[in-house]
Every structure is written in C-alpha cells, then in structure tokens.
Design a protein around this ligand. Sequence first.
Ligand SMILES: *Cc1c(COP(=O)(O)O)cnc(C)c1O
Length: 229
Amino acid sequence: MRDVIHKNLEQVHDNIKAACARSGRKPEDITLIAVSKTKPLGDLQEAYRCGERVFGENKVQEIALKQPQMPEDTCFHMIGHLQRNKVRQVLPLVSMIHSVDSFRLAQEIQQEAERLGRIVDILLEVNVAGEESKFGFAPEEVIHILQKIHEFSHIHVCGLMTIAPFVENSEQNRPVFKKLFQLYVDIKHKNIDNVNMSVLSMGMTGDYEVAVEEGATMIRVGTGIFGVR
Ligand SMILES: *Cc1c(COP(=O)(O)O)cnc(C)c1O
C-alpha cells in the first residue's frame, strides 16, 4: 500500500503539472487536498512522508481521531456536510471548512469562532448543477448570502467550493467548472468587505485535471491517491 500511495501521488502531481502547462497556470498555485476519509492513519502518515500536508475529511468524529495523531504541521480541511451541533467540536481541529451550505451554519460558526477568539476560514458550497441530492447554495443565491455573511466578525470567506456531478467523461463537467469560476471572478470584482475570493475548490479524482484547466486553486483527490474506499 505504501508504494502505491507514493506512486499515486507522483502521478497526481504530474497530472497537475501537465494541466497547468496546458492552461498557462503555475503548479504552486494549486493545493492538493488529500481526501483521506475512511482510510487508516497509516495511509495518511505515508502521504505525509511523501510531502502532503493538507488532508480532507467529511466526518467530525474521524477528524477528532486522526488530527491529534498527525504531526503538528498537518492541516485538516472539513469538506463534508457539517451539522450545526458539530461545529463546536470541529473548529479546533480544522484550518478550513469547504462545505458551508446554509446561512444558519455560518451563523453557528460565527458564534463558536467568537467564543474561541479565532477567525475561521470558510468556503461557500455551491450546487452549480442544481442536483437535488447535493447540498450547497444555488449560484444565484451566493451574492445575497455573502452580503449577510460578510458582517460576521469571526468568519473569513476565502472562496467557493463545488462538488460536480458524477459523470463518465470529465469533459462533461467543464461547463460546471467554468460557471463556478465566472461566479468567483464576478464576486472578486465586487470587493465585498471581509470576503477575499482567493480559493476555488473544485475537482476530484475523476475530473481534477479539467478543474485545474478551468481555474481551481484547490483540488480534492481521494481515490486517486489512496485507492477505492
Ligand atoms: C470523497 C470526496 C472527495 C474525493 O473524492 P474522490 O472521487 O475519491 O477523489 C472530494 N470532495 C468531497 C466533498 C468528498 O466528499
């Protein structure tokens, strides 16, 4: 398994470089989030040895088990749907929440962050394709929500995140990524206080190369690094 993770990571980094070369981007502008949900600690440690520092998880309970056992310079990002009653537990464990999908969740994060005396980096999750089964704001809602969230003193909105549809051919998701990039640029140009659009989290194992070509700054890759779950 160790060799496999090492090889997979080399492949993913090569693919990122190639996608950057095709689109005139710089590999250092893209952060790979190693999505380690359901995987044992030994797999995370191996990825750490290979140089990875940012891990994505979708369950608070799992982050609570893994985070204390990893070296101090490891970061965990919460990428899954977050219940409001788990906010207090997760905040001290993560450096970013990608999956803020309701105003009430943002409110809860603000309250708990204020209690901790910390400013929390978040992304707003956008359901670009309007899938019933997915969480996230409709693209048309995002600016309105930002105008409410930007008043929260202990939340720093860093950008947008989307989970693109499951497709056979990654090209099918190109329009989804283009649309989120456009929204990201539109918001950037509005210069809303406390909102600093610098992160665009999109692309998973099946489509991260297309996402990089379309402007992703964070990609979330699980299967492509750690194998099937
Ligand atoms: C599981 C997950 C991923 C990684 O998916 P892979 O297809 O295994 O790369 C990325 N983002 C989110 C939000 C996830 O839940």
